[in-house]
Design a protein around this ligand. Structure first.
Ligand SMILES: NC(=O)c1ccc[n+]([C@@H]2O[C@H](COP(=O)([O-])OP(=O)(O)OC[C@H]3O[C@@H](n4cnc5c(N)ncnc54)[C@H](OP(=O)(O)O)[C@@H]3O)[C@@H](O)[C@H]2O)c1
Length: 367
């Protein structure tokens, strides 16, 4: 779901059955192969790789992909999936509202992820994939049953009998108590290993945590917008509450939808809806920070993308889930692991970033 702009940034549906890698990107890869390279998600028993991959753009024609989906983009997304696994990144984040269903050839992201998993398992039966998906708190959904019904539809699209993590995508206008009960039911029925929320304020997070705790179920995670240039979770109590309660913060838009990679400049801003957020003027203000990120990266033989992700990893208790559209992007993410910026560098980047006004986020985050 797009958290920066209002309007139709994801598809909403009802009743649902339905290369080459650059040398610089692959330098210093820390291929994640052992259990030590994983972290426990909050108080749950689920272990995930320290970094996951977001699948929002897969199949999407409402926010990403210049409103078009085709076979070439699908092959690139599949390569992103396979390359992630090849580099030891096994954690994938999708949602029932990611991707589209029928417009302009678009496909639901869960359907695509399920297809990629199936194809990979045919070649590599032992492959391990950790799937996170999300429930959309749409206004017409009510009660705990709606969570189980939506989850079963997600499982159908994914072609799986259970997922590792099920999250409430955002707080509903009403019905939230029932949705939390539904998460607990999903754990008890063995449909999910762990449960989390997303875009939850500190207050909502504490309530959800307490409600699940009464049933002996840990709230594993809160997925929120968090990056070097969007540090609201540090200011609104969400990061501190996650740390205090032992809930993992899953950071979405961790490279600010490409703005922190350094590839977008005032002369070359992103196209589509992102262009309205990361404007030429915004990108001009970002340049001093981007220059410093690049400089630091050069000292470590790392790219700007890897520095931006490493900054998040250095915050502890944070699992970033950058979105990858192709193999090259996915390969680059793995190089964010296995090294660490110094505390001085982490603080210097935060201080430089605090000079830049954050982009306006989607109001649902403040529910
Ligand atoms: N819970 C929520 O409400 C919520 C909201 C938003 C996102 N999410 C989740 O978080 C994930 C990540 O967020 P996001 O995809 O919005 O933003 P992001 O991870 O900050 O940015 C991803 C975009 O950056 C560009 N990019 C990626 N790697 C790159 C590289 N190595 N070099 C240059 N450009 C690169 C790609 O777009 P281009 O190539 O087109 O530039 C890619 O689609 C999503 O996929 C989704 O799973 C959740």
């Amino acid at each position: 779901m797009a958290m920066h702009v209002s309007g139709a940034c994801f598809s909403v549906f009802s009743g649902s059955r339905v290369g080459n890698i650059r040398a610089v990107a692959s330098e210093g890869f820390a291929t994640v192969k052992t259990a030590e390279d994983k972290v426990k998600l909050g108080g749950s028993d689920l272990k995930v790789t320290k970094l996951g991959v977001g699948a929002w753009s897969w199949g999407d024609t409402s926010y990403w992909n210049n409103f078009q989906w085709d076979d070439r983009k699908m092959k690139a997304a599949k390569a992103a999936f396979d390359t992630s696994l090849d580099n030891g990144i096994t954690f994938f984040d999708t949602a029932e509202v990611y991707g589209s269903r029928a417009s302009f050839g678009a496909i639901n992201s869960e359907t695509l992820l399920g297809r990629f998993i199936k194809e990979r398992k045919q070649r590599d039966p032992e492959v391990e994939v950790t799937v996170a998906t999300k429930f959309a708190a749409l206004p017409w959904r009510l009660g705990r049953q709606s969570v189980l019904a939506a989850l079963k539809d997600s499982l159908f699209r994914l072609g799986l009998s259970s997922v590792e993590l099920y999250q409430l995508h955002w707080a509903g206008i009403w019905g939230n108590e029932g949705f939390i009960d539904g998460l607990g039911d999903a754990v008890e029925q063995g449909l999910v290993k762990a449960v989390g929320v997303s875009n939850y304020s500190e207050k909502r997070l504490r309530n959800a945590y307490e409600k699940l705790k009464k049933r002996g179920i840990p709230l594993a995670s809160n997925q929120v917008n968090y990056s070097l240039i969007y540090r609201k979770p540090e200011e609104n109590g969400v990061k501190a509450a996650c740390d205090e309660l032992g809930i993992t913060l899953i950071a979405y838009c961790p490279i600010a939808q490409g703005a922190l990679t350094g590839k977008y400049t005032p002369q070359n801003p992103p196209t589509g809806p992102r262009g309205r957020i990361y404007t030429a003027e915004y990108l001009r203000n970002l340049q001093p920070l981007l220059n410093r990120i690049k400089e630091l990266g050069e000292n470590y033989s790392k790219t700007s993308t890897q520095v931006g992700l490493n900054w998040l990893l250095a915050q502890d208790n944070v699992v970033p889930i950058p979105g990858a559209k192709n193999a090259e992007q996915a390969a680059e993410f793995a190089g964010a692991l296995g090294w660490r910026l110094t505390d001085e560098e982490v603080n210097e980047l935060r201080s430089m970033a605090s000079e830049i006004k954050p982009v306006v986020s989607f109001p649902l985050e403040n529910l």
